[in-house]
Design a protein around this ligand. Structure first.
Ligand SMILES: [Zn+2]
Length: 540
């Protein structure tokens, strides 16, 4: 653009926004004041209006200065900044020029006694301006121009006034949550007030993404499995709570980048390092892959234990026991630099376990709605028989094969304790026939990598697992998966086995069999370990 043309564009904009527009809205203000019969404000309000006008003008001019000198541009579409500005007035809100302009106009209205301008015209024009120009044109343009930096800035910075409705809503949710659950927090003095902060925690209940929020007063971004975001209302709630949708069955660079951006812009990220909720309450080692990602995000991490979360909602339960207290206990920062991923994993786990209370693993089975601890204890610790354990709230757990009885009301009877007495290994040699068979529903998404498809259900049928494949036969449909293609085997809720092939995902919703047992078998066949599992040599 030639110099003459640039000068003309600037002059035109100055005339439009600092002469024509003020005259127009002032005229509208005078008309509204007369039409609605507004009286003149008292002297105090007039003085306050004058102060507001000067402050608003100062804010707008300061923001223009920042755009000019740091952003190397002007607040004009034809001459936009080339450098992204997030400092100075831009720390307070995303559009300080408009905010300052609106405050100045409202202040002038009060100062000169044109009440309709302050009370009606300025609010109406501002809302209209933000709902159209800002929301539909300006912010999408900034997002295109500055990408992830702008997305992180937008999520962190309020749009108009220097306080965030989102942050307030989050506080309200956390306060309400405290009315329902007995949450307390210890060790907040270990959390830095600013700067990138990485929290790592154990994963014991569905609600850990909320409990974890109490560890970070300034907000916390947490990776949460992407399936949760399929439902729009739930997705909105999850975003409010800082959740980052993360795909589990294939590498998800977008989720990793979102966390890295959050850290780079001085935010806080919280990660449940085991990747899956614990079945027994015992904490297993995070994988080397997780540890490598953590090391790239930050050299310093803060361990957090969700003490009591397992008692509130263990994964084999199907409801919460709200009478149980949860303590979010925050430890001192750990320096991981220089250690191997394996050493870091041990250091992390030991630090988190040390933060737990003396009795982290017992759960009051009877208080967890429709509790099914027999899904975890699929092998009798006494006689080794499989799927012989039954549970009822009155009589506790019992093995049908050896008649051993465990009184689950006793505090020293814990699933982790029983599981630790259990040893399990694949039959050797492997039989040529099926290893496991169970009735289940089959759900699949052939391309979990590209979209958040809702899994398609093929109905109920019979699944059977052999040494190198899994077959499922339903009414009029059949599926076969070679175990060589299976990259990940996880469980969902207390009834679902999930197989990720790196491309698609398959869910087996088991009618009554233990998904943890299926996970053990598939994991052993493909050479992976099961978090908190029954395998020999699993204790490290
Ligand atoms: Zn037994």
């Amino acid at each position: 653009m030639t110099r003459a043309r640039r000068v003309a564009v600037v002059l035109l904009n100055v005339l439009l926004f600092w002469a024509a527009l003020p005259v127009a809205i002032y005229a509208a203000g005078v008309w509204v004041t007369a039409a609605l019969g507004f009286g003149a404000p008292c002297t105090g309000l007039r003085i306050a209006g004058a102060v507001l006008a000067v402050a608003g003008l100062a804010l707008a001019l300061a923001a223009i200065g920042f755009l000019r000198w740091i952003g190397k541009g002007l607040p004009i579409s034809a001459l936009p900044p080339t450098v992204f500005v997030a400092t100075g007035p831009y720390q307070l809100c995303r559009h300080p020029i408009y905010t300052g302009y609106a405050l100045a106009a409202a202040g002038v209205g009060l100062a000169v006694g044109c009440t309709g301008l302050s009370l009606v015209v300025v609010p109406a024009v501002t809302v209209l301006w933000f709902a159209t120009w800002v929301a539909l044109y300006e912010e999408p343009g900034l997002l295109r121009r500055f990408g992830n930096s702008y997305r992180v800035y937008r999520d962190r910075t309020p749009v108009f006034l220097p306080f965030s409705l989102r942050r307030i809503a989050r506080r309200v949710v956390l306060a309400l949550f405290r009315l329902v659950f007995k949450v307390s927090v210890e060790g907040l003095e270990n959390v830095p007030a600013r700067g990138p902060t990485l929290f790592v925690c154990d994963h014991l209940s569905y609600l850990d993404f909320i409990f974890g929020q109490y560890a970070s007063p300034r907000g916390l971004a947490v990776p949460v499995t992407a399936e949760v975001f399929r439902h729009p209302l739930r997705a909105a709630f999850m975003r409010l709570m800082g959740a980052i949708p993360t795909r589990r069955y294939c590498p998800d660079p977008a989720a990793y980048l979102a966390m890295a951006d959050e850290m780079a812009s001085g935010g806080a990220v919280g990660i449940a390092v085991e990747g899956e909720r614990s079945w027994t309450g015992r904490m297993s080692l995070p994988s080397d892959g997780v540890m490598r990602n953590l090391a790239q995000l930050s050299e310093t991490v803060i361990p957090v234990a969700m003490d009591g979360a397992y008692r509130v909602w263990p994964r084999w339960g199907s409801g919460a026991d709200r009478s149980q207290p949860i303590t979010v206990r925050i430890g001192k920062p750990l320096a991981l630099s220089g250690a191997t991923p394996r050493e870091c994993a041990h250091l992390l786990r030991d630090s988190i376990v040390a933060l737990r209370g003396p009795d982290p693993l017992s759960a009051d089975f009877a208080k967890v709605v429709r509790a099914r601890p027999e899904l975890t204890l699929w092998k009798c610790p006494r006689c080794g028989a499989e799927e012989t354990i039954s549970y009822s709230a009155d009589s506790g757990m019992k093995c049908a094969a050896c008649n051993t009885h465990w009184d689950c009301k006793a505090r020293d009877v814990t699933l982790a304790g029983l599981v630790e007495q259990t040893r399990w290994a694949l039959p050797d040699p492997l039989p040529s026939g099926p290893l496991l068979a169970a009735a289940c529903e089959w759900r699949e998404d052939a391309d979990a990598r590209l979209t958040l498809n809702v899994l398609q259900s093929l109905g109920c049928g019979q699944a059977s697992l052999a040494a190198d494949h899994l077959v499922w036969t339903g009414e009029g449909a059949q599926r076969r998966i070679a175990l060589a293609d299976v990259r990940s085997v996880t469980t969902e809720r207390n009834d679902t086995l999930q197989l990720g092939t790196g491309r698609g995902v398959v869910q087996l919703v088991l009618c009554s069999a233990s998904p943890w047992r299926w996970q053990h078998y598939v994991a052993a066949l493909i050479g992976k370990s099961v978090p908190g599992g029954l395998m020999k040599g699993e204790k490290e």
